[in-house]
Design a protein around this ligand. Structure first.
Ligand code: TEU
Length: 566
C-alpha cells in the first residue's frame, strides 16, 4: 500500500501580516514571504499554509473575506501570488490556502445584496430571522436565539433596513453563510476549483465543522464566565456536515492528485473525526481537534489553570488510539489563535531552548502530520502585554468588554488570562534578526515586536547548530528518513506520571522510544527494559545522553531506535 505524501510531510503555517514586510508599511506581505522561501526550504518543511491573504476589511485579520478570488492590496496582487506559488514550487514547497466559508465579510457583494431587501435572490444565502416572538426588534434579548458570538456580544445583529437579524457566530462583520442553500455551496466549490486550477495544493478549512446548523435554531444555556449562551450544540458537527463535506470532495477534489485538506474543527470528537478522515468516505484528509489546547482551560474562563500532564497524555492517547486504524491525525501546539507553546507548556525562562526542543520532539514523534507555526522553530515566547490597550485582537477586546462591563469581572483577572492565552501572543512579528524591528519591517509594525528579539531571532538560530531551529530541522529530516515516525503504531507509556511523557512507535522490526521531561526536575523513567533502551541508538536528544537507567535531565527529550525481532 502506498503511503499518502502528506503523512510524511511537515506543514509550516505563515500568518502573512506578521511574517515579513517587504514594502515598509508595517504589515507583512507576499513579497516578504518570497524573500524568505530559502529559509523555509532550509528548515526542511514540505508545505506552507497561508492564513488569509484575500481582500478583506481586516476586522478579524483577514478571516472576514470580501472577495474570495483576489489578493488584498495590503499583501500584494494575484500576479505576485503566482510568483510566490512558482517560487515555492521550484523549491519543492507546496502551498495550502486558508478557506473561510462558514462566513464571509459583511462587505462581500453576496452579503451586500442579501441585506439589500427581504426578497433579494441572495437573501437566503445568509441566516436571516425575525425578532423573538413578542419582543420589539432591536431591543436587548429580542435576538432570535440567546447565543453569544465567539468575540463577545450576541451572535445576531439587527439590521434596521429590513427589520431582521442575521447570524454571526464570530464578529458582526462575519455573517454566517447558509449552506442549506445549494447555490451557496456551488459558488464555494467553483471558487475552490479556481484556486486549484491556479496551482495551489489544498486548503485548510476554517471552522468547517460549523457550516451545517440545526435549522430549528434552539436556545442554549449560559456557561460560567460568559454573558451569553453557548449555541454550539446546534452547529458543531451539525446534521448535514458529512453530506456537505462529501459533496465538496466530489465537486472539488475528486480526480485531482497530491492535494492536502485539513478541516479546522473546534469541539470535534474522536468518533466524528474518524468519519471525517476515513478515506473511504471521501471528506477531508485530516482535522484540527482542540482537546489538547483546551486541556488547561478550567470551568471558569477567567481563572488560569495549569496543565496537568496526565490530562494532556490522556487526550493525545485517545486521539492516537482512535485514529489508529482509520483516518489520520494532525499535530499542533501552535497556530495564530494559540499562545506560544514554550510559554504555555514549557519554560520560557532558564530552560527556553531545552523545553522548546522537548515540546517539538514529543509532538513530531506522534503519529500524524505535524504543523509548525511561524516562530515556533525559534522558540518564540509570549509577549509581555501590559494593559488592554496593548491588544489588537478582536477576540481579546470583545471578551474583555463582556467580562468587565457585562459580568463585572475585574480588569486585572481578565488581563491575567489574556496575557497568558490571548491570540496576539502568536501574532507579534516574526523575529528575523536583532535589529530594532527584528528585521520584520523598516516601518512601524502593526503589532509590537517582542523585546526579546535581540536574543531570539532567526539569524542567530540559523548560525547556532544547537538552536531550536536546527532541532526542528532534524525533526523534519527524521520524519523524511524514518518510516516508523510516519507509519509506526503508537503505545503510550507511564500514563500516570505527572512529569514524563513517554511512548513507543513500532513499524515492523523498528521500534522507537520517545521520552520528554515536562519539568525542571531530574527524573528517572521507570519503564520496562530501561537498560536495554539506554544501550540502543540515540537518534535525537536536546542534552547529553541520559545515564544507563534513563534518568532524564531538566526538560530533556530523547528518541531511541532499536531493532526488535518479536
Ligand atoms: O478559529 C476558530 C475558533 O474556534 C477560534 O474562535 C478559536 O477557538 C479561538 O480564537 C481560540 O481563542 C478560526 C480562525 O483560526 C480564527 O483566527 C478566526 O478568528 C475564526 O476562525 C473565525 O474565522
Amino acid at each position: 500500500m502506498t503511503v499518502e505524501w502528506w503523512k510524511k510531510a511537515v506543514v509550516y503555517q505563515i500568518y502573512p501580516r506578521s511574517f515579513a514586510d517587504a514594502d515598509g508599511d508595517g504589515m507583512g506581505d507576499l513579497r516578504g514571504i518570497i524573500g524568505h522561501l530559502d529559509y523555509l526550504a532550509g528548515l526542511g518543511v514540505d508545505v506552507l499554509w497561508l492564513s488569509p491573504v484575500y481582500p478583506s476589511p481586516q476586522d478579524d485579520n483577514g478571516y472576514d473575506i470580501s472577495d474570495y478570488q483576489g489578493i488584498d492590496p495590503l499583501f500584494g496582487t494575484l500576479e505576485i501570488f503566482d510568483e510566490l506559488l512558482a517560487a515555492a514550487h521550484e523549491r519543492g514547497l507546496k502551498i495550502v490556502m486558508d478557506l473561510v466559508v462558514n462566513h464571509s465579510s459583511d462587505e462581500h457583494p453576496w452579503f451586500v445584496e442579501s441585506r439589500s431587501s427581504a426578497d433579494n435572490p441572495k437573501r437566503d444565502w445568509y441566516w436571516w430571522r425575525p425578532a423573538r416572538e413578542g419582543m420589539a426588534p432591536g431591543t436587548p434579548g429580542a435576538e432570535p436565539t440567546n447565543w453569544g458570538s465567539a468575540f463577545g456580544g450576541p451572535a445576531w445583529a439587527y439590521d434596521e433596513h429590513t427589520n431582521a437579524y442575521y447570524l454571526h457566530l464570530f464578529s458582526p462583520k462575519q455573517p454566517d453563510l447558509n449552506w442549506e442553500n445549494p447555490a451557496v455551496r456551488e459558488a464555494v466549490y467553483a471558487m475552490m476549483r479556481w484556486w486549484l486550477d491556479r496551482g495551489v495544493d489544498g486548503f485548510r478549512m476554517d471552522v468547517i465543522n460549523m457550516i451545517s446548523k440545526d435549522v430549528a435554531l434552539p436556545d442554549g444555556s449560559v456557561p460560567v464566565g460568559r454573558a451569553y449562551a453557548d449555541g454550539s450544540a446546534s452547529y458543531i458537527d451539525g446534521p448535514r456536515i458529512h453530506e456537505f463535506l462529501h459533496e465538496m470532495y466530489v465537486q472539488v477534489f475528486k480526480g485531482r492528485d497530491a492535494l492536502l485538506t485539513v478541516g479546522e474543527m473546534p469541539g470535534v470528537t474522536v468518533e466524528e473525526a474518524i468519519r471525517y478522515t476515513d478515506p473511504a468516505r471521501e471528506e477531508v484528509d485530516m482535522v484540527f481537534q482542540f482537546d489538547h489546547v483546551w486541556a488547561d482551560r478550567g470551568p471558569d474562563p477567567w481563572h488560569l489553570m495549569r496543565l496537568q500532564l496526565t490530562t494532556l497524555k490522556a487526550i493525545f492517547g485517545r486521539w492516537q488510539a482512535g485514529l489508529a486504524e482509520v483516518g489520520w491525525n494532525s499535530l499542533y501546539w501552535n497556530n495564530h489563535d494559540q499562545p506560544r507553546v514554550v510559554s504555555r507548556f514549557g519554560d520560557d525562562g532558564r530552560y527556553r531552548v531545552e523545553s522548546a526542543k522537548m515540546l517539538g520532539t514529543v509532538l513530531h514523534l506522534h503519529r500524524g502530520t505535524p504543523y509548525v507555526y511561524q516562530g515556533e522553530e525559534l522558540g518564540m515566547t509570549n509577549y509581555p502585554f501590559g494593559t488592554i490597550a496593548d491588544f489588537r485582537d478582536i477576540e481579546a477586546l470583545g471578551q474583555y468588554a463582556d467580562a468587565v462591563s457585562k459580568l463585572g469581572r475585574s480588569p486585572e483577572e481578565v488581563l491575567t488570562v489574556l496575557r497568558a492565552r490571548g491570540r496576539d501572543n502568536a501574532r507579534t512579528p516574526m523575529q528575523w534578526d536583532s535589529s530594532p524591528q527584528a528585521g520584520f519591517t523598516t516601518g512601524t509594525p502593526w503589532l509590537a515586536v517582542n523585546p526579546n528579539h535581540t536574543e531570539i531571532n532567526a539569524a542567530a538560530a540559523v548560525a547556532d547548530p544547537d538552536s531550536v531551529y536546527h532541532h526542528y530541522r532534524k525533526l523534519a529530516e527524521l520524519r523524511h528518513t524514518e518510516p516508523a515516525v510516519v507509519e509506526g503504531d503508537f503505545t503510550m507509556l507511564l500514563p500516570h506520571d505527572e512529569r514524563l511523557y513517554a511512548f513507543t512507535r513500532r513499524l515492523g522490526a523498528t521500534e522507537l522510544l520517545v521520552i520528554g521531561n515536562f519539568s525542571a526536575d531530574t527524573v528517572k523513567a521507570e519503564i520496562d527494559d530501561a537498560a536495554a533502551w539506554s544501550a540502543a541508538e540515540l537518534v535525537l536528544t536536546n542534552a547529553a545522553a541520559p545515564s544507563d537507567d534513563l534518568t532524564m535531565g531538566p526538560w530533556q527529550a530523547v528518541v531511541y531506535r532499536r531493532t526488535v525481532s518479536w
